[in-house]
Design a protein around this ligand. Structure first.
Ligand SMILES: NC(=O)c1ccc[n+]([C@@H]2O[C@H](COP(=O)([O-])OP(=O)(O)OC[C@H]3O[C@@H](n4cnc5c(N)ncnc54)[C@H](O)[C@@H]3O)[C@@H](O)[C@H]2O)c1
Length: 580
């Protein structure tokens, strides 16, 4: 990749399009938006977030994708293979304009060393979830989800969503992890976190509206003292210490300081290009990574093992501890420095895996807090104003508040987000909506575009971390009731159904969130261009997409999902037969 080819990227704004239709224009603007310097973590290297999650394989491929989209007809479909445009075929006007497959490997070869070799040869790229599928919206995307998770943990463990007087401790201040301090203080908590890269600390500290981070204290003990003082005064404050998370955790253990909530969001899914070993400065780590990758990986795995042991120690001292979706537990075992027996309790084997009862000694955030929402088809729904005009998002906020006035948490979130969260790149919004809600929002947005209340089309998408779109045994499908954690038919069915239902672009990825070998997941994006045709497509896609989540969870035996299926008319053949 030649960094000299770098030119800052910004998506066009306004209503004049340079592609042959709004669907192609939307894909192009969203690809460009993912690489906007306000949005991406490292745009020069096409890295959007999550370690090395890229929007295109290299700059040559990026420019070729843009050229292909500009000439793509309204009955053609562009195929993108791991960030490279590989073919254009004639399909149908209502078929997706782009189909994307990122990072997929045949299971026997779906290993990180194999992936690294293929990536070095320029044959594949890591797409994370919304990086390679062009629907990342910056830190706002994770802010609400993280806030929801902390609040849900508060409700479950302390009987209140108000975390005032509680200490939350975690690691990482990157693309996603950088949302943790603000998500915690929004819930009233005191936050103490470690981040090893001084530039990431500086970036979060520099953001004033909103304040992603309040303070950075160079001395470790003073940082801990400051956090304890804030906790004792029930002060919603966020404090960072620039250094390795294991050093922070071992000092907490040494001083007998027990966090109320303990988690981690360093890039542990990637032992080479994400996670940073202890015992060296960030600069030294970067130097070792380039000079001796094998030694780096060993050091990384060794640190992960220590990291997990410290989390277990703090858990035994009373900290509510959960995994926050970076596969730290799995990677620590994979590295060979942490015997599986230390982090998993033994259980009966189902299809060569552990018991479906949560066997990790500390649980993942999905089985702990999020699965009940997935059972209702709820997940992170997001949309972007292609006009670039913030007034268009203000109008969508009004529409959603009018549609769901009784959902006070949702209405409060939208008001707060509008007042406190500046947009990164194209104006966007996220909120969690469920089955039977997303289609109503989509149709209302499309009507508003048609009537000119919104000045240009809106794109609607979602995270791949959603109710029906992912198989990820150490995260979204951890500890499924029927032991079906590792079955990846579901995301493939989800993607195919989204194609059949009329999404604007659809993607299938491997390895998002938790790293190569650990997940398969799918994404869909659909454009509200105001036309009656899009009414039909929105109605189908935005019902069917979360509908696969209802089907997946009902099939696994979750009563909540069966109830939603029965009351909302999701047709599940064998469930219907059994209930007759
Ligand atoms: N729970 C979720 O919903 C969710 C969503 C997206 C991503 N993720 C996962 O969360 C992780 C973080 O994502 P991101 O976008 O913030 O990644 P990122 O790479 O942008 O940021 C991670 C940060 O961790 C820091 N770090 C790495 N090792 C460290 C260590 N030992 N001590 C202190 N700091 C360290 C890095 O310097 C970096 O700034 C990834 O593994 C990602 O896959 C989880």
């Amino acid at each position: 990749m030649n960094p000299n080819q770098y030119q800052p990227v910004k998506a066009p704004r306004g209503t004049r399009i340079t592609c042959k239709g709004w669907h192609q224009e939307a894909a192009m603007r969203m690809l460009m938006n993912n690489l906007d310097e306000e949005v991406a973590e490292d745009p020069r290297r096409l890295i959007v977030y999550g370690g090395t999650g890229r929007a295109a394989r290299n700059w040559e491929c990026y420019h070729a994708i843009v050229r292909a989209l500009k000439t793509l007809e309204n009955d053609e479909t562009l195929l993108v293979q791991s960030g490279k445009p590989v073919a254009v075929f004639r399909t149908w006007p209502y078929a997706p304009r782009v189909l994307i497959a990122n990072s997929n490997l045949v299971p026997h070869w779906a290993t990180k060393p194999c992936f690294d070799e293929l990536e070095a040869a320029g044959l594949i790229m890591y797409g994370q979830m919304t990086a390679g599928s062009w629907i990342y919206i910056g830190t706002q995307g994770i802010l609400q989800g993280t806030h929801e998770t902390f609040v849900a943990a508060g409700r479950k463990h302390f009987g209140t969503p108000d975390l005032a007087g509680r200490l939350v401790v975690s690691g990482g201040l990157g693309g996603m992890s950088g949302a943790q301090p603000l998500a915690a203080t929004m819930a009233g908590a005191t936050y103490l976190g470690a981040e090893v890269d001084p530039a990431r600390v500086a970036r979060r500290l520099a953001s004033k509206k909103p304040r992603y981070l309040d303070e950075s204290i160079p001395d470790l003990d003073k940082a801990i003292d400051r956090a304890l003082d804030a906790k004792n005064h029930k002060q919603a404050a966020s404090i960072a210490w620039c250094g390795n998370i294991v050093d922070l955790l071992s000092r907490l253990v040494g001083r007998n300081v027990v966090p109320d909530l303990l988690t981690d969001q360093t890039s542990a899914h990637d032992e080479l290009n994400g996670y940073v070993p202890s015992g060296m400065s960030f600069q030294q780590a970067v130097e070792l990574r380039g000079r001796d990758p094998a030694a780096y990986k060993q050091a990384s795995y060794r640190t992960m093992a220590e990291h997990v042991r410290l989390m277990l120690k703090l858990q035994s001292m009373g900290a509510v501890t959960f995994d926050y979706g970076n596969n730290l537990r799995g990677k620590a075992v994979e590295g060979g420095f942490l015997p599986e027996s230390e982090i998993r309790t033994p259980g009966p084997s189902i299809a060569n895996r552990q018991s479906p009862i949560a066997t990790w000694r500390y649980p993942g955030f999905v089985p702990a807090y999020i699965r009940p929402l997935f059972c209702q088809g709820k997940g992170p729904f997001r949309w972007v104003a292609l006009s670039g005009d913030p007034k268009d998002i203000a109008e969508t906020d009004r529409i959603v508040c009018d549609l769901f006035p009784d959902n006070t948490a949702l209405v409060n979130w939208l008001r707060r987000a509008a007042a406190e969260i500046p947009f990164q790149g194209l104006p966007s919004r996220i909120c969690w909506l469920g089955y039977g809600e997303r289609d109503r929002a989509g149709l209302a947005f499309n009507k508003a575009v048609r009537e000119g209340r919104i000045s240009a089309p809106i794109v609607i998408g979602r995270d791949h971390l959603d109710t029906g779109s992912v198989a990820s045994p150490n995260r979204e499908t951890e500890a499924m009731l029927d032991g079906s954690d590792a079955i990846a038919d579901w995301p493939l069915l989800n993607a195919m159904l989204n194609v059949a239902s009329g999404a604007s672009w659809v993607s299938i990825h491997h390895g998002g969130g938790v790293g190569i070998g650990y997940s398969i997941h799918a994404g869909q994006v659909i454009v509200c261009d105001g036309t009656p045709e899009m009414d039909e497509r929105l109605r189908r896609v935005l019902l069917n997409d979360p509908g696969t989540g209802i089907a997946r969870h009902a099939d696994a035996g979750y009563d909540d999902a069966k109830l939603v299926a029965r009351t909302q008319g999701v047709k599940l053949p064998m469930l219907e037969e059994r209930s007759r």
